[in-house]
Unconditional design. Structure first.
Lengths: 196, 202
């Protein structure tokens, strides 16, 4: 029971308090690039969550049983990025075979996930925080949910902004960044939710 | 292979303003926002990224004919990851303080879209000297924005620049500037100002 509470707290804190985009600054590129429409933003979030959960499991296993066991920490970055790239490729092939509808919906976003720094960041944070296997998977899933939350909220705001009267020089990226800043301020309110 | 200095200079200049990675192309945003809470961190991040960018552009422009087109992206990433590991160990050994405050953003240089993007768009198609010019220009273009952003945030957030206190006791620091929210807002305003300047120039 004690352990279950810990895991639940970890999940909530990953989604809200240490939100990957708004607090840790991981995954800003898709956050700015793919947040024009709620629908595509949601698909992107979904795909990222999927890859993040798998990455967390795969990199934990590799780090614990291969890199640490054989004392090869200097190969960490190289091996993590290969794992992520092949995982994304594998997921792409798997989805293409089993669910062509979903594959079509995700489209170009799937291969682009490889260079999303949120994924590699996740893989690097796990050994840094010393999570167990289950905690790592929950951390990965929570990070994905937090990512989806932030990107969908942003897309919703930007859809409304289409009709707003934004000064010419601030159109596009600048105003998106300022909105993100206000969202980050709002998310700071969650920091008192639980203390870990 | 004749050295065309004029061409090299225009490649170099390109990265500073016309195609500045942060302001114009809006790539490499994660480190830009995350590590610019102080001027020193911004400078260190800019230099580390520039080193990786220039070295991998040199290597890739040298061996571009040997890399099969189908596996070029994984090959680029492997080359980049090797240089990043090098920088990471160098920082940990000689500047442990900086390595500590940049934390995971040093290894994350691997997936900085700026670096992979330049390999794909430039180094894989041009000669080595031009690739060096491009790398130096882009690296400097990235660094100056990072330093400026770090300086603004440190000045308002802590009343100092490069750790030197400039504003006296009377100044009440705007803590928001060194927090994540301040990063987004400062960069948003900065990009807006740059847009304004380049529009005026036309």
């Amino acid at each position: 029971m004690e352990e279950f509470t810990q895991i639940l707290l970890l999940f909530i804190s990953t989604v809200l308090i240490n939100n990957f985009i708004l607090v840790r600054f991981l995954g800003i590129c898709p956050f700015l690039g793919v947040s024009k429409q709620v629908e595509t933003a949601f698909s992107m979030g979904l795909a990222t969550t999927f890859v993040m959960t798998l990455t967390a499991a795969a990199t934990w296993l590799i780090n614990t049983f291969i890199l640490e066991a054989l004392n090869l920490p200097f190969l960490q970055y190289v091996s993590f990025i290969i794992v992520i790239a092949s995982l994304v490729q594998f997921v792409e092939m798997f989805i293409k075979k089993t669910s062509p509808v979903l594959y079509k919906a995700l489209g170009i976003f799937l291969p682009l996930i490889t260079t999303n720094c949120a994924i590699l960041g996740l893989a690097l944070l796990i050994p840094l925080n010393g999570y167990s296997f289950i905690a790592s998977v929950v951390f990965g899933f929570g990070a994905g949910v937090g990512f989806t939350l932030a990107i969908v909220l942003m897309a919703g705001l930007r859809e409304k902004l289409e009709f707003g009267d934004v000064p010419g020089v601030l159109k596009g990226v600048p105003v998106t960044l300022i909105i993100a800043g206000i969202m980050a301020m709002a998310f700071m309110g969650f920091s008192g939710l639980i203390s870990m | 292979m004749a050295l065309d200095l004029k061409e090299m200079f225009s490649d170099f200049k390109n990265g500073l303003w016309a195609e500045n990675p942060i302001i114009r192309l809006v790539i490499g945003m994660c480190p830009t926002l995350a590590v610019t809470n102080t001027t020193e961190n911004g400078l260190a991040m800019g230099l580390a990224t520039s080193f990786v960018l220039i070295s991998s552009e040199i290597v890739i422009s040298l061996i571009k004919k040997l890399i099969p087109a189908n596996v070029r992206i994984p090959s680029y990433i492997l080359i980049i990851a090797t240089f990043v590991t090098f920088v990471d160990y160098f920082l940990k050994a000689f500047y442990p303080g900086i390595a500590e405050s940049l934390s995971i953003f040093v290894p994350l240089i691997v997936v900085n879209c700026l670096i992979l993007g330049r390999q794909e768009a430039f180094a894989s198609q041009h000669s080595t000297p031009r690739a060096i010019a491009d790398g130096v220009g882009m690296g400097l273009g990235f660094t100056w924005v990072l330093v400026l952003l770090g300086a603004i945030r440190e000045f308002f957030g802590m009343g100092s620049i490069f750790g030197l206190t400039l504003l006296g006791e009377w100044y009440r620091p705007m803590v928001i500037m060194v927090l994540p929210a301040g990063a987004f807002i400062t960069l948003g305003i900065l990009v807006g100002i740059m847009n304004y300047i380049s529009r005026e120039g036309k």
